[in-house]
Design a protein around this ligand. Structure first.
Ligand code: FES
Length: 563
């Protein structure tokens, strides 16, 4: 295959002319033959004013370019979609697959020998990686890096676990309007991604474990010199990878994904990573089920003390040695033959790396964990035949085994309108549907607020069940990603007062209603016609709604190239 700047000529029906005119425009940008004979490294970035957590990225981009040039490559930058988590309506997840399509096409269509992708905010990393895997060129992700934790009223705080905690307190009447206003300027004090173990942090760690980012790269704070050195190191390494032809297909195996599952459990990671890992595995052609991923995550205790399950922040994990130290601590539970972005095995990459440090740190010893209970479990049962997930480590222990009457909401609007008026007790099970991949693109609405009356009476958690997702920074006994989603499965048949049973320890989630009753409800529902898609307002949303898979398949679009 031709490599370098003249690969993939633009199709004018005359390849000689295509090369000539490409050279004309390269010359206009100041490139000469010395440049164009070198490996071309695409550097895709997601800088955007709508993604404030990427605000340090321009410096990181320069660091990557410097590394590429030092190693004899030519860096050529290009923008990718930037999915700023809190600026997208209705949810960034609506656009993850669009970003993946964009990256796949840009990496294939533009003449590059390898690519570095700069992401960070929640969906940018999985979206970029899904596209890069499908493109099949050597690729490395460089994440923006986390914010540094802040302080407020004498406490360490950070986005966005404490945003949620303070807002829940405000709803319950315990946190004043003035305090909410004051906290606004404090909770996200620097550039960088949310510094708790939310989705951005989890996916940064997962990318490193999968071998799609350099060892030691996930946790360096966005504003640190360390982060810039990660960029330079990555720039140097990607030039070597271009020469080695080390594509994601040569790195990713079932073992890589099971290792990522183990680490997901050990860090108390975001439930969103489950959907993303299933999608990434699908892109890599690796067969991976939700049950296997859940089993891997549940096989280890939580060893990282980070909010929302623990108390610390990402910079604490970085101080403790970051992901390499974490992997060394977990070595007995990992497949050390898995490949890394360095081109060696994980075992070789961990040679000489120590596990938990001897001083008190955010990285605990395997035999003295933060929590011996699994942080994340996959659930199956009559309410979720194809599965659901629960961040058990962030749940209230006594609710992990619970039976209660359902209070059902049909969509977010209905929930917002009626939540504070419904007849519910602390034992009720709040059920939200109409938020699945096809119906709504899976917004992060699964952490249904506690009805105001109950919150004011001191209720801080209830069992909540939905086909939505929740932020990795959130907490509570919240069952998510129910598959099939409401309009396609039993979740859609639940009625107020039905008894729902959750037994997280045995991985069960059941609707205790006779099959005959359910059959009758199914008939009535089908008489009502197609309730899967509400109004779909744009072409992309309509296209995705038709093609998207369920959460247990990664909620990717189900369309295969044909030859
Ligand atoms: Fe971007 Fe939290 S808002 S990582």
């Amino acid at each position: 295959m031709t490599s370098g700047i003249h690969q993939g000529p633009t199709s004018y029906g005359d390849d000689g002319f295509s090369r000539f005119v490409r050279s004309v425009f390269l010359a206009s940008a100041g490139y000469d033959d010395t440049d164009t004979e070198r490996p071309i490294i695409g550097v895709g970035h997601s800088i955007s004013d709508f993604t404030p957590c990427h605000r340090e990225m321009p410096d990181l981009l320069e660091a990557v370019k410097r590394g590429v040039a030092q190693a004899g490559g030519v860096p050529m930058t290009f923008p990718t979609m930037s999915l700023g988590e809190v600026f997208l309506d209705p949810t960034s997840m609506m656009f993850r697959n669009l970003l993946a399509l964009e990256v796949e096409e840009l990496v294939r269509a533009q003449p590059m020998d390898a690519v570095v992708l700069l992401g960070g905010c929640d969906k940018t990393v999985p979206g970029q990686l899904m596209g890069a895997i499908s493109a099949g060129r050597p690729c490395v992700e460089v994440v923006a890096g986390p914010m540094i934790a802040s302080r407020w009223q004498g406490e360490r705080v950070g986005a966005c676990t404490d945003c949620r905690r303070l807002w829940a307190g405000h709803r319950a009447g315990d946190v004043s309007e003035a305090d909410i206003e004051a906290a606004t300027g404090v909770l996200a004090p620097t550039g960088g991604t949310c510094m708790v173990m939310g989705t951005a942090s989890t996916m940064a760690i997962v990318a490193e474990v999968l071998g799609l980012a350099l060892p030691g790269s996930a946790t360096a704070p966005a504003s640190s010199g360390d982060r810039l050195r990660v960029g330079t190191r990555t720039g140097r390494r990607i030039v070597e990878m271009a020469g080695e032809g080390l594509s994601p297909q040569r790195i990713l195996t079932k073992s890589s994904f099971l290792n990522a599952g183990v680490v997901l459990g050990a860090v108390g990671g975001s439930t969103n990573a489950v959907v993303h890992l299933l999608a990434l595995a699908g892109r890599a052609g690796v067969e991976l089920s939700l049950a296997e991923l859940g089993e891997a995550a549940a096989s280890v205790p939580v060893v990282v003390d980070c909010r929302p399950i623990g108390q610390g922040f990402l910079d604490d994990l970085h101080d403790a040695g970051g992901v390499p130290a974490l992997l060394a601590e977990l070595a007995s539970c990992l497949n050390l033959e898995a490949a890394t972005a360095l081109g060696c095995t994980l075992g070789d990459a961990l040679e000489g790396v120590d596990g938990s440090p001897p001083w008190p740190s955010a990285l605990r010893r395997f035999d003295h964990p933060v929590s011996a209970e699994p942080s994340l479990v996959a659930l199956f049962g009559s309410l979720a035949p194809d599965g659901a997930v629960l961040k058990a480590g962030a749940a209230t222990p006594r609710l992990l085994s619970h039976r209660g009457p359902a209070v059902v909401f049909d969509g977010i609007e209905d929930m917002q309108e009626r939540l504070d008026r419904v007849e519910a007790t602390a034992d009720s099970v709040l059920v939200l549907r109409g938020c699945g991949p096809a119906a709504a693109g899976m917004p992060e609405a699964g952490a249904i607020p506690i009805p105001r009356k109950l919150a004011a009476a001191g209720v801080t958690d209830m069992v909540r069940i939905s086909d939505a997702r929740m932020s990795g920074t959130a907490f509570g006994t919240v069952v998510l990603h129910v598959a099939p989603e409401g309009a396609l499965g039993p979740l859609g048949l639940v009625r107020d007062g039905d008894i729902v049973e959750l037994d997280a320890r045995s991985g069960q989630l059941d609707l205790l209603v006779d099959e005959a009753d359910l059959e009758q409800r199914r008939r009535e529902a089908s008489d009502d016609g197609d309730s899967l898609h509400g109004a779909v307002s744009t072409r992309w949303r309509a296209l995705q709604a038709r093609l998207i898979t369920q959460a247990d398949q990664g909620a990717d679009i189900d369309v295969q190239p044909f030859t």
